[in-house]
Design a protein around this ligand. Sequence first.
Ligand code: NDP
Ligand code: 2IT
Length: 444
Amino acid sequence: MSYVDEVIEQVVKQNPAEPEFHQAVKEVLESLRVVVDANEEKFRKDALLERLVNPERQFKFRVPWVDDKGQVQVNTGYRVQFNSAIGPYKGGLRLHPSVNLGIIKFLGFEQIFKNSLTGLPIGGGKGGSDFDPKGKSDREVMAFCQSFITELYRYIGADTDVPAGDIGTGAREIGYMYGQYKRIKGVYEGVLTGKGLSYGGSLARKEATGFGLLYITAEMLKSNGQDIAGKTVAVSGSGNVAIYATQKAQELGAKVVTVSDSTGWVYDPDGIDLEALKEIKEVKRARLTEYKNYRPNSEYHDGKGVWTVKVDIALPCATQNELDLEDAKALVANGVMAVCEGANMPTTLEATEYLQKSGVYFLPGKAANAGGVATSALEMSQNSERLSWSFEEVDSKLQGIMVNIFHNLDAAAKKYGFDGNYVVGANIAGFEKVVDAMTAQGIV
Ligand code: NDP
Ligand code: 2IT
């Protein structure tokens, strides 16, 4: 059996009931076959792949907090420190009822290669909890965040592990966590990114993932002789990534006609009203059913369906496995030309394969959504030098990083004979730097 197949089999056996982690490992290792086969003897001897798929360490802890009725609630917290070969662990904290160890491991594993692709010195990690911030009062969210950090503080730090936002963790949650860390540790350091601008946050971090997604999408289209201006776009989700993807798509001259949340989706034939979307989601923290009050011409539909609309470009920006084979078929039947992942692993393996076989340009999340973590790394730099850069400076660095990522993965795909296969290109380009650093540092 080939080394890749052996390790995939081991991962499935040793990590039962973690299907998302299996999926992420399979996608990466399958596309590394050509590199692994060429170095099989050395990699096997060094157990390189076994070390890559086993986190350096992982924490699972109790998070007790008191709700507004005086009732004690208990959630489970996680932090997986996956790989520190190229820098301190870096990756977000997801707060969503679906969170379990397998979800955090898939996200942490993806983060290793994504962070490597940014070209910045950050290792891979991820964390979170099954706590659901939805429907909770600010005081309840604060109580949870303080309890979460009271346990996690001992494992994180500006030079060891730097968490940030993800689903359910935005500026409010990061603020409460930062305050509690500072109170316990008594140091003012860049231990978290995505901070507010008044206490060490970076301009353009809030916008970075969505903006970065559009910068790399535009670059990919340009290098294939296409222009994003004038294209019709379907966005899924209506959170941080979706909102700023919508904004930048509009700024680049495209028309975004959909957004969604976990209960339904909106189709606005005139193009999404960005100010209305921001007010509903960022200010009111309300549901998308409200959108019709702002735009009577729009349609609201319950449940799934965002991928049934005829568009040129699809940008999944909600969650894992939200775009399956059936969705991919609908998109292709409607003539989609590009699918670029704003979320982490939003496309199933079967759907990805189908899109690629159908000639659709497909940019995987670990490249396409890397602008968020890249700008987090820029926030770390600013915190270290105790300076803050202008919006334009951060935004222009972000653009440069996204353009570079595209050309690096495009070159890696070409070098190994997979021209146009950006999944293979991203995985190989991300992997090469990590392997180099792991090899140089010996067996650790
Ligand atoms: P938010 O919490 O701001 O928004 C998430 C959006 O996705 C919401 O509209 C939410 O709807 C929807 N959503 C979440 N879970 C589900 C689900 N199970 N089914 C259907 N819809 C769902 O998160 P972000 O925008 O920050 O994150 C979105 C994606 O982007 C995630 O995959 C995340 O890992 C990834 N990402 C985020 C980065 C960042 O900087 N924030 C960086 C790189 C990747 P509802 O409100 O109804 O729950
Ligand atoms: O998935 C991701 O890259 C993020 N949620 C952002 C991580 C970060 O450290 O900014």
